[in-house]
Design a protein around this ligand. Structure first.
Ligand SMILES: *[C@@H]1O[C@H](CO)[C@@H](O)[C@H](O)[C@H]1NC(C)=O
Length: 344
């Protein structure tokens, strides 16, 4: 009798655990119960669709074409460079920008096997299908930094220049001094230290971690105010536009959008950004990092170390800037000018 009860309880426990840790399947765009397709999309070599959105001057008139990689909990609507610059400056510089939904976000099909490399190849394919020519710029904001580092690694010959804005740093990059990484890591909220630990060490539990109620989940997902610096608080009205697109980023499910992203960024990249060589030894382009020194999501001390190790990167630090420094007056124009000026 006891044996049977124990067995039943055990089966129940396994079933419950399985259900708790296994994310539901994604709700794919364009399927009968999925969200509708409203964006322009290309079909990639492997059959996946990638949604994109164009900004700035037309492709035909453009002097400079760039591909924009968005941050976490964001999507193709979060191109924050050209859309937040004055139209006169965009016109004067002749800039065309295309943002895209990362796989699993917005209206791009999920890619459960995606890697930093596959992301770089998706970007190259997007450029080619849109006819951007042999060379284009890449820009990444926050988590979009992964896309730019991957392009610098895998498709440097296609780049006209690159800009990283408050780019994410993986505490586990080989070559980051352990004491520095540890110090930066300890600056994060305890709940975020845990979320990042789970993403790195036990990624298959990440869905459960962020849906359980016992411990607080990743602060960015839950929108804790502590993650914003005083300057970020001032900039917040400028991201009010995001309300128009609420829920779009994660409409196919949090697992293939937010969680997949975290697991990749804090997992093994397959290369070490600190080992990258200058992609523009002939000075025909440039690579920039822009960073606020009061950013509470990405520790500035790590960014300074990277800039020191990779002297071919032009490092621009904004005093008093937080994670939203990009939205300050004149900032996006300055970032655009620096990028395209590097190509004279
Ligand atoms: C880490 O250790 C190195 C070498 O011992 C030292 O020079 C550096 O200042 C330390 N950094 C921090 C952040 O403690």
């Amino acid at each position: 009798m006891y044996k049977e009860i124990t067995l039943v309880l055990l089966i129940g426990l396994v079933a419950w655990t399985y259900q708790a840790i296994l994310p539901p399947p994604p709700n794919i765009c364009g399927t009968p119960n999925g969200p509708p397709i409203t964006a322009n999309r290309i079909k990639l070599r492997d059959g996946r669709h990638l949604a994109y959105k164009e900004h700035g001057v037309s492709k035909e008139l453009a002097k400079h074409k760039l591909i924009f990689a968005h941050g976490l909990t964001s999507c193709r609507h979060d191109e924050v460079l050209v859309t937040h610059s004055s139209p006169e400056v965009v016109e004067e510089l002749g800039i065309y920008s295309v943002s895209f939904d990362r796989p699993g976000c917005g209206e791009s099909d999920p890619h459960p096997n995606r890697t930093p490399k596959s992301l770089a190849l998706d970007i190259e394919e997007l450029a080619d299908q849109l006819g951007l020519g042999p060379k284009f710029y890449v820009v990444g904001y926050s988590m979009g930094g992964l896309a730019v580092w991957s392009c610098l690694k895998y498709i440097p010959q296609r780049l006209a220049g690159a800009t990283l804005m408050a780019p994410v740093v993986n505490y586990w990059w080989p070559g980051l001094p352990a004491n520095l990484s540890e110090k930066a890591y300890r600056l994060q909220l305890p709940q975020d230290q845990w979320a990042v630990r789970v993403a790195h060490y036990v990624p298959f539990l990440f869905y459960w971690w962020n849906t359980q109620k016992l411990f607080p989940a990743f602060a960015v997902f839950s929108g804790r105010p502590e993650v914003f610096s005083p300057h970020d608080v001032q900039m917040q009205p400028r991201i009010a536009y995001k309300r128009n697109y609420k829920g779009v980023a994660t409409q196919q499910g949090v697992s293939e959008s937010l969680h997949r992203e975290m697991k990749i960024v804090f997992g093994d990249w397959g290369f070490n950004p600190l080992d990258l060589e200058n992609p523009f030894p002939d000075n025909k382009g440039s690579v920039h990092i822009w960073m606020g020194d009061e950013d509470r999501l990405v520790p500035v001390i790590l960014q300074r170390y990277i800039a020191d190790r990779l002297p071919w990167i032009k490092y621009n630090e904004i005093t008093g800037g937080g994670h939203l420094f990009v939205f300050a007056d004149g900032m996006s124009e300055a970032i655009l000018r620096a990028l395209v000026d590097g190509r004279k």
